[in-house]
Design a protein. Structure first.
Length: 435
């Protein structure tokens, strides 16, 4: 082993007065044809900076919302960070936000009855028994702090909460995200011009830029987005699990919506945990797993060795700081392995846990987004800690779908051995299997 390392070290030493990693960095940054990072499709060619061609593609309703909200589209839209600033090596990507940020869950001290929020709403509609609630008759932009806190608790309990007919500027969406936590700024995905942290969700644009998304490869039920690069998207996943403080309250606002199709489905991590037997829960409680980034980078010490992902270790079962309930924190693409068991055992266990999340229709809710007036949109705010989601790309891009997403990062994940599951806390029945 030491011999191999010596050889490797010698080969990576100074050549032409520059270490090999610096030479590779210069090469990659200098050639726009070279992809800086490996994502789902290597043929995607995103323009650096703001994109003037993108502005031309903007659907009318989205354009009105952005212009009403004071976004200067003349510079181009959307905007990606400058090529010179995107990390090339995995150690650089790992260093992003690799420090503690104080986090207080806004739902933790909210009124459990949510009187300020529910009292002001015209209607409160539960989509399913366990997941999804729609609030009717309130504008997100007008909520008081008390109502925002109660909304956080409602999201933490119900997984996802919806608001239709919203007049919401990108700036107001970003402000709400800041209220709920440290807003994630992605090093390379497109954002609203001038507003880093206001991520653009716009498949039609990415397809124009080379994403191979079509009827044949989208929506594979159990598609592992990391293992099968280049096979469309829209599989079950959780956003940003590789962060030191992974995603919490996450807000997608769609301002252009297909008349039919383009739904989103959420699945509950509280309920996925409660689907397991007591003995299996006991086995999983306290275990840790490795979580990886969706984007890949190069290893500075082995730059030709292929893509490397940011890795972080988190508890497999977590406790929610606002509800106090335990939940299962896994997703097929980005939970790599459980620590303390063999790789074969880990695969077996994880595949079962992914199935529990993905295949139980009674712990899921499917939401149909609706169009209203030009410049208006529909919002979904969900808790990425306690859920997986997927978009259903059945409209095949026939009509535009565009929106903006703001992700508030939450606490450093923890497991409290004293915490209880959702059903235990609510006194709901759980089967005792034969001992
Ligand atoms: Fe997502």
């Amino acid at each position: 082993m030491s011999k191999v390392e010596t050889v490797k070290k010698e080969s990576l030493d100074i050549v032409n007065d520059l270490p090999i990693d610096k030479q590779i960095e210069q090469l990659v940054r200098a050639h726009k044809e070279l992809n800086i990072t490996r994502t789902r499709d290597e043929n995607i060619k995103i323009v650096q900076g703001a994109d003037l061609e993108g502005t031309k593609l903007l659907p009318e309703s989205s354009r009105k919302r952005l212009e009403d909200g004071g976004v200067d589209l003349s510079k181009g839209y959307p905007e990606v960070p400058d090529r010179s600033k995107i990390p090339i090596f995995v150690d650089e990507a790992h260093a992003i936000r690799d420090y503690d940020v104080p986090f207080v869950d806004r739902g933790a001290n909210a009124d459990p009855e949510k009187k300020a929020l529910f009292g002001a709403a015209k209607e409160v509609i539960n989509l399913t028994d366990k997941v999804g609630t729609e609030i009717v008759g309130l504008q997100l932009e007008d909520l008081s702090d008390q109502q925002k806190n109660e909304l956080a608790l409602l999201i933490a309990e119900r997984v996802v909460v919806f608001f239709r007919d919203q007049k919401l500027s990108p700036k107001a969406q970003l402000d709400l995200g800041h209220y709920y936590g440290n807003v994630e700024i992605h090093p390379q995905v497109p954002h609203v011009t001038g507003l880093p942290g206001e991520t653009v969700i716009w498949n039609d644009y990415v397809i124009k830029r080379g994403l191979d998304l079509n009827f044949s490869n989208s929506n594979f039920a159990n598609w592992d987005s990391v293992r099968y690069l280049g096979y469309g998207n829209q599989g079950w996943h959780t956003d940003l699990v590789h962060e030191r403080q992974p995603a919490g309250y996450t807000h997608l606002h769609l301002d252009s919506i297909p008349g039919v199709g383009g739904d989103t489905i959420w699945s509950s991590g509280y309920a996925a945990y409660d689907k397991l037997s007591d003995e299996f829960k006991k086995f999983l409680d306290g275990k840790k797993a490795v979580y990886i980034s969706a984007h890949a980078y190069l290893d500075r010490n082995d730059p030709l060795g292929g893509p490397k992902r940011v890795e972080r270790v988190h508890p497999l079962v977590r406790t929610h700081p606002a509800t106090g309930w335990k939940f299962l924190f896994v997703n097929r693409g980005m939970t790599r392995r459980i620590l303390g068991v063999s790789p074969i055992e880990s695969d077996l266990i994880l595949n079962y846990l992914f199935d529990v999340y993905e295949k139980n229709a009674d712990i899921q809710a499917r939401f149909k987004w609706t169009n209203t007036k030009p410049g208006y949109g529909t919002s979904a705010i969900w808790d990425n800690r306690i859920s997986q989601h997927r978009n259903v790309w059945d409209h095949e891009g026939k009509s535009p779908r565009h929106g903006t997403r703001v992700t508030s990062l939450a606490e450093i994940p923890y497991f409290d051995p004293e915490s209880k599951s959702q059903r235990e806390t609510l006194g709901l029945p759980l089967k005792k299997w034969d001992a």
